[in-house]
Each structure stands twice: as structure tokens, then as C-alpha cells.
Design a protein around this ligand. Structure first.
Ligand SMILES: [Zn+2]
Length: 162
């Protein structure tokens, strides 16, 4: 009985230490880019949907980049970056999720801000931009028209300048 109790206590200690130790120091190694597949939207709209409809604790994305239906090209903060997101099944651990508002077309400002944001993430987490570290969610997300390799090249250039 005492032995079981001690095992439980030590397991609890190990667990709390691990979770505490990672809080605020989440290891981020790659970025996943999404689109909302809606014509309009913003962080509040998606947060409401994820919390009220999906029943999640918060919005799944870490960032939302708005299109011209509200402010054009505004980088909005979603889930705190030190918390694991809920945006790409099997790839939430170790990633940052960025969502572009839009269905098939994105604005120039959105593309500029996407480059800026990914550049910042690369600097913050020591990520070398490549097809491995800057990923699409899947074939249809973020939309078939968006070529991430162009974004990656722009990020590389921006990192060289800084
Ligand atoms: Zn997606």
C-alpha cells in the first residue's frame, strides 16, 4: 500500500516537473501554413468557432493573417505561441500554425506579412527555412494557388539582410 503510494507520488513529481519545465519553453522546429477556406474571418471568428463548435480550449492557430475583408494583412495572435496548437493532426507538437484568411486568393499584403512572420519565427527559434521546416498543411491547404517555395526563398533573403 505504502509502496504504491510512493510510486504514485514519485510519478506525479516527475510528471509535474516535466510539464513545468517545458512551459514557456516549447521547442518549435517547423511552421505549418494554412488557409481558412472562408472569404472573410479573423482571430475572434475562428476562436469562437474552435471553442464553441469544436469544443477546444482556444483557437487552434497561433497566428491569423487577415485579408481585405477586414484590415488587409494584419498579423493577429491566436493561441499563445508557448502552447501547443491544434491545427495539423500529428504535427502540432513542435510547430507553429499560421492561418491565411481566404479561399482561393490571397492579397499581396498577406503574402508580405507571411514572409515577415515566418522570418520572425525562424529568428526566434533558430529555424533554417526549407521545404521541411516551412510546410503546407496538405495538398489543398493553404489553397492550390499558393506556392510556398516562393515564400521560403523570400524568407531566406530576409534572413540574409538582417
Ligand atoms: Zn489547414
Amino acid at each position: 500500500m505504502i509502496r504504491t503510494f510512493l510510486i504514485v507520488v514519485s510519478l506525479l513529481l516527475i510528471f509535474s516537473k516535466t510539464t513545468h519545465g517545458t512551459e514557456g519553453h516549447r521547442k518549435v522546429a517547423f511552421i505549418v501554413v494554412h488557409h481558412s477556406d472562408t472569404l472573410s474571418g479573423n482571430v475572434e471568428v475562428f476562436r469562437k468557432y474552435h471553442v464553441n463548435v469544436r469544443g477546444w480550449s482556444d483557437i487552434g492557430y497561433h497566428f491569423v493573417i487577415t485579408n481585405g475583408t477586414g484590415v488587409d494583412g494584419e498579423i493577429q495572435r491566436g493561441r499563445p505561441i508557448d502552447k501547443m496548437g491544434a491545427h495539423a493532426k500529428g504535427r502540432n507538437r513542435g510547430s507553429v500554425g499560421i492561418c491565411l484568411v481566404g479561399k482561393t486568393r490571397f492579397t499581396e499584403k498577406q503574402m508580405d506579412k507571411l514572409v515577415l512572420l515566418i522570418t520572425e519565427m525562424c529568428q526566434k527559434y533558430d529555424i533554417i527555412p526549407s521545404e521541411k521546416t516551412v510546410q503546407r498543411h496538405h495538398e489543398h491547404c493553404p489553397g492550390e494557388t499558393l506556392d510556398l517555395s516562393i515564400i521560403i526563398e523570400k524568407v531566406k533573403k530576409a534572413l540574409k539582410k538582417s
